[in-house]
Design a protein around this ligand. Structure first.
Ligand code: KIV
Ligand code: ZN
Length: 529
């Protein structure tokens, strides 16, 4: 959908930065790259890829995204210190379109209690940060953190400084999700009055969902003249999350004639993006979640079903095809060949050829032998499971679990190691899954500890593919992994091995990133806002 440039709303996706700050989410570099590639397919304008100073792993991931993802602006977050900005720049500098996003709090509570400094000092830091960032790139975003709770006159002074130093986007966050639509809109109206130069740059909203108002507040900001929305897929993010990307995009599209605004997002990629983010983060999407929930397009009441059969728009304000749900209708059977599989995968947006196609085909056959019909959702799960191999991949060769109500289960496992050898291990546990994971630890020689374990079904029915997400901790590194199979224990083993490999990969190639972060003291690597 297109329209006048002045009515275009830029979609700034922060799934990989603010979203990744959700408790329990820990994505590997490969997983972040996969999400960033999908965000590019979705057509977002900006990918905020991470906060490079915070860890070598984050630095590496942002750098990989900057190098490999084409299309969107790739943005790195930085506080106002020189080390933060240098780290952000070193991570994003190889992007075709790099952006540094720097921020400092402007509310008195944050200045006095958190930063323990003065308003004058905040002004100085904002000035120095934007000036330093502009030495590296022409695309610099500045955010007065906790903007919605700041004294607007003071915030205006800081924003003016950022503009004088060359900031090209000003983002005013509702950091703690406290504001209400009228208040947020009034704040922007006043800010535009106090800082007329804001009319020459992009002004942005960034809303948290603590009171369930993130999307409504973002919309109010757009009504007040903002033209960038910061949001995250499935609404993930700090505490109650960020404004949900899919809700914003579909709101602007569905109510375009009233709002007169548009985005460049390819909405048919929404469903797939949501599934990918949910799968990789281990954050399930609630069934009744707007746009991407399982029930968002389902009609339960007979009267509704009857109405929709007669005329879809009696009860549907959006068409499921708009967000890419019609793709789920592709079905293959156990006699389908390689060619049919490749065609179905192409329709799903996966280009799988050569050896990867052979592997995917092998996996497809395994599943198709057990399940009569393999749906598009199954295919997507199988292919992403198969393609998501960490460099030091482990293979689940075989396993056996003896379980009864009389005694503790005993698991025995054989695991293919990265070097090609096969190692075995046996262990008892409180339950079959516990025994299985301990046996894997014994076989691989790692003392990983399970932190979270989720099971879900890819589709309905007794023969549904099960999908398992595991979050584990190994030597202080948190990592997650997913596995898919018709057998839930096999899916669990695959997920655990993948998480283990991700933890090792995460702990491994950080030496170079460490070099870029040299000089950043411990305080500089404190948790993100
Ligand atoms: O919520 C917030 O204030 C942030 C800023 C870093 C933009 O995430
Ligand atoms: Zn935020």
């Amino acid at each position: 959908m297109t329209g006048d440039e002045q009515d275009r709303v830029r979609i700034f996706d922060t799934t990989l930065r603010d979203g990744e700050q959700s408790p329990g989410i820990s994505l590997s570099k490969g997983e972040k790259l996969e999400i960033a590639q999908q965000l590019a397919r979705l057509g977002v304008d900006v990918v905020e890829a991470g906060f490079p100073i915070t860890s070598p792993g984050d630095f590496e991931s942002v750098r990989a995204i900057a190098r490999e993802v084409h299309g969107p602006v790739i943005c790195g977050l930085a506080r106002t210190s020189v080390q933060d900005i240098d780290a952000a720049w070193n991570a994003i500098r190889d992007s075709e379109r790099p952006r540094i996003h720097t921020f400092i709090a402007t509310s008195d509570i944050h200045i006095e209690r958190k930063l323990q400094t003065t308003r004058e000092n905040v002004k100085g830091q904002a000035r120095a940060a934007v000036a330093h960032a502009r030495e590296y790139t022409e695309d610099v975003e500045f955010s007065p953190e906790d903007g919605s709770r700041s004294d607007v006159e003071f915030m205006a002074e800081v924003v003016q400084i950022a503009l004088d130093e060359g900031a090209t986007t000003i983002n005013v966050p509702d950091t703690v999700g406290y504001t209400m639509p009228d208040e947020y809109a009034a704040m922007f109206a006043r800010l535009y009055e106090l800082v007329p130069d804001l009319r020459d740059v992009v002004v942005s909203v960034h809303c948290h969902n603590d009171l369930g108002m993130a999307v409504a507040n973002s919309l109010a900001g757009l009504g007040a003249g903002c033209r960038q929305v910061e949001c995250a897929v499935n609404g993930i993010g700090e505490r109650a999350g960020n404004a949900s990307l899919e809700e914003i995009v579909m709101l602007l599209r569905t109510r375009a004639s009233t709002l007169g605004l548009w985005t460049g997002a390819h909405t048919q990629e929404i469903a797939r993006t949501s599934r990918l983010v949910s799968r990789l983060t281990g954050y399930p999407v609630q069934p009744n979640k707007a746009i991407v929930g399982r029930n968002a397009f389902a009609h339960e009441a007979g009267i509704h079903q009857d109405g929709v059969l007669k005329e879809r728009t009696t009860y549907e304000i959006m068409d499921a095809t708009t967000i890419g749900l019609e793709r789920n209708e592709i079905v293959l059977g156990k006699h389908s060949g390689r060619h049919a599989l490749r065609k179905a995968l192409e329709e799903l947006g996966f280009e799988v050829t050569g050896a990867a196609l052979n592997t995917a085909f092998g996996r497809f056959k395994e599943v198709a032998d057990k399940k009569k019909k393999v749906t598009a959702l199954d295919l997507e799960a199988i292919v992403s499971d198969e393609m998501r191999q960490a460099p030091q991949a482990y293979r689940l060769e075989s396993f056996e679990i003896e379980a009864s109500s009389e005694r503790s289960p005993l698991a025995s496992v054989r695991v293919g190691l990265p070097g090609g050898e096969v190692a075995g291990g046996s262990f008892t546990g409180d339950g079959p899954v516990d025994a299985f994971f301990s046996a894997i630890n014994a076989a691989t020689g790692h003392e990983a500890r399970l932190k979270e374990y989720h099971v879900s079904a890819v589709t309905g029915g007794r023969d549904a593919l099960g999908e398992v997400t595991v979050l584990l901790e190994l030597g202080g590194v948190l990592a997650s992994g997913q596995g898919v199979s018709t057998d839930i224990l096999e899916a669990s083993g695959r997920a655990y091995l993948r998480a283990l490999a991700n933890a090792l990969a995460e702990a491994g190639p950080v030496a170079e990133a460490e070099r870029h972060l040299e000089g950043a003291d411990e305080a500089a690597r404190t948790p993100t806002p």
